[in-house]
Design a protein around this ligand. Structure first.
Ligand SMILES: Cc1cc2nc3c(=O)[nH]c(=O)nc-3n(C[C@H](O)[C@H](O)[C@H](O)COP(=O)(O)OP(=O)(O)OC[C@H]3O[C@@H](n4cnc5c(N)ncnc54)[C@H](O)[C@@H]3O)c2cc1C
Length: 450
């Protein structure tokens, strides 16, 4: 066994989450080692294109590649939301930047290294090591068949959806250590296509909530990416895709390539910290409730974590009591917003049928105000009250079933309950068990997306 020097922070995984945190912590002057199981040239190659909303770069302090620079792929700003037959599409304008995942991840890795972090590629987390009190004191990792023992004051799991370290925590830990099941994630299939007729070239993206499907521009202006995300399995996602093709008027296309990947679609563990340990990124299920995207939502949490890590080192205490501030700051803000939206969407999407989806688009119940609110991950009460009034009209005209409205109303109540509860996330671990029981109770009513 090779014993390395001791680091302040050891991060597992050099995806966008791990690389961003490495830069943020190293910039504050602390020593950081990232271990990444893949070689540098394969890191960030799980799929090609991902999107970031233009406004997020400045808000989160992340690099914004310009046209022609590494990472940049394309930009667009028209986003349509549509009913299952695309008869009543709603346009929203929201500038989006399409990026190459591999190049952008390496850009973040370069910035981390420039800030002083070390990245050890082809090095896989194996197990935790602990101190004489049983608290995490580092990890063992395997590089080129040799075992390394790496000591660190704080270990951070940014190892993606497999959550290699989180799932190795003991059952007694305050962090949920369960791996994700098939209904806790979206199986995403991306078809990169060439559009046959110039009249069909895209000027923006379209999202069909009924099918959890979309078409969006890609780096080739004559091409597109047709995506679908569904729980359970890729086979199930393909089945929904077949259904979708029957009603959605997709442009004629030639298939160029298919990419597949999984993204968490479930609540994040209530606690993201324990003694000397933090979980984030896909490993902490920090993906958006609206679409399962997770790059920027994780970075939001990691910025909170970087400040808290800095404070913890300054006072020389990396226990869960000190790191707990990450939980409170995260859960009371983005955590509460995501919990609200997930509860609402799960209830509504599971309940509404094809005709009801079409009706809400036709009658403008799905309108700019509601879509803007959902995009911002916070829905003001007045917007929802207006939507509720429109649902009542739907019942009166027999366009919406009473059972669907009841389900939507129940989902709204659950959403309010869970987000209010997140906003009361306890200041310290002492009151956590009580808080968790109530949260579990509300989640048992919310259910999961079908
Ligand atoms: C098809 C698809 C499209 C998506 N599109 C978008 C989008 O447009 N916008 C968006 O914001 N999000 C999108 N997402 C979600 C987004 O990709 C993830 O939320 C994000 O990449 C998570 O980053 P991460 O760093 O937490 O995890 P990852 O990117 O998965 O990085 C984890 C890293 O840890 C490494 N690792 C794993 N195990 C170990 C180990 N034992 N030891 C050492 N290293 C290990 C892995 O090799 C990997 O490099 C999409 C997801 C999919 C599947």
């Amino acid at each position: 066994m090779i014993i390395t020097q001791e680091y302040d922070v050891l991060i597992i995984g050099a995806g966008t989450s791990g690389a961003h945190l490495a830069k943020a912590v190293a910039s504050k002057g602390w020593s950081v080692l990232v271990i990444e199981k893949l070689p540098r040239e394969k890191t960030g190659t799980k799929y090609d294109i991902f999107h970031i909303e233009e406004r997020e770069f400045e808000r989160l302090g992340i690099p914004r590649p310009q046209k022609g620079e590494p990472g940049w792929a394309f930009e667009f700003e028209k986003n349509y939301n549509a009913d299952p037959r695309t008869l009543y599409p709603k346009l929203q304008t929201n500038p989006i930047v399409g990026l190459h995942m591999h190049e952008y991840t390496l850009l973040l890795c370069d910035l981390a290294e420039k800030a002083g972090a070390e990245i050890m590629f082809e090095t896989a987390f194996e197990a935790f090591t602990s101190d004489s009190y049983g608290k995490i004191s580092g990890v063992t990792a395997v590089k080129n068949g040799e075992t390394l023992s790496i000591k660190a004051k704080i270990v951070v799991d940014c190892s993606g959806i497999g959550a290699a370290a989180r799932t190795s925590l003991p059952d007694t830990c305050v962090i949920d250590n369960k791996p994700l099941g098939d209904d806790d994630m979206f199986y995403v299939i991306l078809r990169y296509v060439k559009i046959k007729n110039a009249k069909d070239y895209l000027d923006g993206s379209t999202f069909w909530a009924y099918y959890k499907s979309w078409i969006a521009p890609c780096a080739d202006p004559e091409g597109a990416i047709i995506g679908i995300g569904a729980c359970h399995s890729y086979e199930y996602a393909e089945k929904i895709y077949e259904e979708m093709e029957k009603t959605v008027p997709l442009p004629e296309y030639e298939l160029v390539k298919i990419e597949k990947g999984r993204t968490p679609y479930t609540k994040s563990p209530y606690s993201l910290v324990t003694d000397n340990f933090i979980v984030s990124g896909d490993a902490g299920c920090l993906t958006k409730s609206v679409n399962g995207e997770g790059v920027t939502s994780s970075i939001y949490m990691l910025n909170i974590a970087a400040d808290c890590i800095d404070r913890a080192f300054k006072i020389g205490d990396t226990s869960k009591d000190t790191l707990w501030k990450i939980n409170t700051e995260y859960n009371r803000t983005q955590g509460a917003e995501f919990a609200f939206l997930r509860a609402l969407l799960v209830g509504v999407v599971n309940a509404a049928d094809f005709n009801e989806f079409e009706y809400v688009f036709k009658e403008n119940i799905i309108n700019d105000e509601l879509l803007n609110a959902l995009n911002g991950s916070a829905v003001p009460a007045k917007v929802l009250i207006k939507a509720a009034a429109n649902f009542v009209k739907g019942i009166a005209t027999k366009s919406i079933r009473l059972s669907t409205v009841k389900a939507a109303a129940g989902a709204f109540k659950n959403a309010v309950d869970i987000s209010s509860h997140y906003k009361k996330f306890p200041d310290s671990p002492e009151d956590f068990n009580e808080w968790r029981k109530t949260a579990d109770n509300i989640y048992s009513k919310i259910g999961k997306i079908q």
